[in-house]
Design a protein around this ligand. Structure first.
Ligand SMILES: [Zn+2]
Length: 246
């Protein structure tokens, strides 16, 4: 048996295996996404049952095996119970976790991505800004951290810093002059441009510190949706559930 490893992370997903066990996917600071098997975690009174719930943040202990880890307990610092007590909160939180389970790779640690998930769960818990805005902020920021940052600070065509519309085919924003000769563009207000630039440039702990008016949100909603679906070609279960709740 190899030695016990201590990892800091958040549980992205927890799935039933055999009669009593669970497969747990954890996003860790040290080793990126890992998969660990928690034997007996679904038995009544198992010490692992509460620890292995999604959104839990803390220190986890695992034994390294040949092709997977064996779960060996944890010390939970935050359960995000207020997110779990609300069906919309569960759906949005699960959606963020699903995205990371899909995008993150095994073995490569990334403290920024873990911090983004932590701050996003905090924002869902505080309920100060709308869930649908948290979702769009997360989607834009995660692609940027994952190396697919939207080009939003100067025109993709000519470099002019006065950008005013989004062009999906060019993966970014263009200026008025270049926009005039492009058929498929989406015009943005100054506030919407500023909001996109703010999300891309602000540190993670300042991300969820603003709200926007409805007309600005609808522009952000449109642009981020186009950009995200262009880069992430996957249907997420939690989004399907969310659409049935609306
Ligand atoms: Zn231009």
């Amino acid at each position: 048996m190899k030695e016990k490893v201590e990892l800091t992370g958040i549980i992205l997903g927890s799935y039933p295996v055999k009669d009593y066990d669970k497969r747990v996917v954890i996003l860790t600071k040290e080793r990126g996404k890992i998969t660990a098997f928690a034997n007996g975690a679904r038995k009544m009174n198992s010490a692992y049952s509460g620890i292995t719930e999604p959104f839990n943040y803390g220190t986890f202990f695992v034994y390294e095996g040949y092709d997977a880890y064996r779960f060996a307990g944890g010390d939970i610092r935050e359960y995000f119970s207020d997110v779990k007590n609300d069906i919309d909160g569960i759906c949005y939180g699960s959606y963020l976790c699903e995205i990371l389970e899909y995008l993150c790779v095994e073995g490569v640690g990334d403290a920024d991505i873990l911090n983004l998930l932590y701050m996003s769960l905090k924002a869902l818990e505080k309920k100060i800004i709308p869930y649908k805005l948290i979702r769009r902020i997360f989607e834009l920021k995660i692609l940027s951290l994952d190396g697919e940052m939207m080009s939003a600070f100067s025109c993709v065509k000519c470099g002019n810093e006065n950008v005013s519309s989004f062009v999906k085919l060019l993966n970014g924003l263009v200026c008025d002059d270049c926009g005039k000769i492009i058929y498929e563009r989406y015009s943005l207000s100054e506030s919407a441009v500023y909001t996109i630039q703010y999300i891309l440039s602000s540190p993670i702990n300042k991300l969820y510190s603003f709200n926007v008016k409805d007309d600005v949100f609808s522009q952000i909603d449109h642009v981020v949706n186009e950009y995200f679906t262009e880069h992430v070609d996957k249907k997420f279960k939690s989004l399907e559930i969310l659409s049935t709740l609306a």
